[in-house]
Design a binder for this molecule. Sequence first.
Ligand code: DAH
Length: 358
Amino acid sequence: MDELDKIRAEALALVAQAASLEALEAARVATLGKKGSISGLMASLGKMSPEERKTAGAALNAVKDQVAEAIAAAKAGQEAKALEEKLARERVDVTLPVRPEASGRIHPISQVMDEMIAIFAQMGFEVAEGPDIEDDFHNFTALNIPAEHPARQMHDTFYFGEKADGTRHLLRTHTSPVQIRTMLANKPPIRIIAPGRTYRCDSDMTHTPMFHQIEGLVIDKTTHMGHLKGCLMEFVTTFFEVDEVPVRFRPSFFPFTEPSAEVDIGCSREGGELKIGKGSGWLEIGGSGMVHPNVLRACGLDPDEYQGFAFGMGVERMAMLKYGIPDLRTFFDSDLRWLKHYGFVPLDVPTLSGGLTR
Ligand code: DAH
């Protein structure tokens, strides 16, 4: 009996000391396992007399049960502890504040381009694109500006180095070459706008070497100057979000249009504040006209069959007028304070149904 007490004490001590599930399993094997201390005693029962076996067996079974219970209790404790630890590790503090609102802003140029695209898209125009690096043919010749034409000097072109065949690539001086590319690649009817970067070697208060234009082109068999006027008048009132904006077409000259007109919109300058809409003043916003027969011919279209209009506007100028941005050069200063002030919230995409500016 002394021995049984000793084995029980040892077994319970082993269980009590087990600090992990693995240690507990080792304690179980050492006591109740096939070769464990208690199982060893069980085997010795066979050598006893029946009476001895009865009492010894009952006592042994009691010890066995006691140790098994201790192991089960310890195991449950260990498992609960492991779960607690896991929960503590994976704890999420739901009271933490949500992330602050994104602080990036959409540049006014991008915003205004998106607004212009939304308006013209509603009228059925598609967006067309062309390369910033152009050749002479698309930027000048096909637009009815031949080699010695004075308009070439006016454009202050950035040229690349001369190639073996004497030609030079250039940075496009306007978005009009996209007209040419579109007419060469597509059959009329054509109705496109081409927003993008343009370049001229010019830098002062009102000029930056890189700026943006948006070009428009409509070609079919019946489009006339009345359509051009209607289209731009509709555009201007929608863009400036003002009920009435007077539009004036002033006779002008562009090599690629005939007749040509500069487009002015009404404004007032009362009290030194510029307001778009009815007033005594006029502001120029772009050039336009009926596509010149030579341009159609350069693109393989018969001017006796096809006709249409084109227009071009400066995006910076439209942004300055609409949002009261006084200095052109600030557009490209990369000043975050300026962008925070004049920029737009990223997810407020301009649409005609949802509002251009919210
Ligand atoms: N390409 C002209 C410029 O950059 C702008 C322009 C004027 C485009 C008249 C046109 C147009 O399509 O018809 O100065």
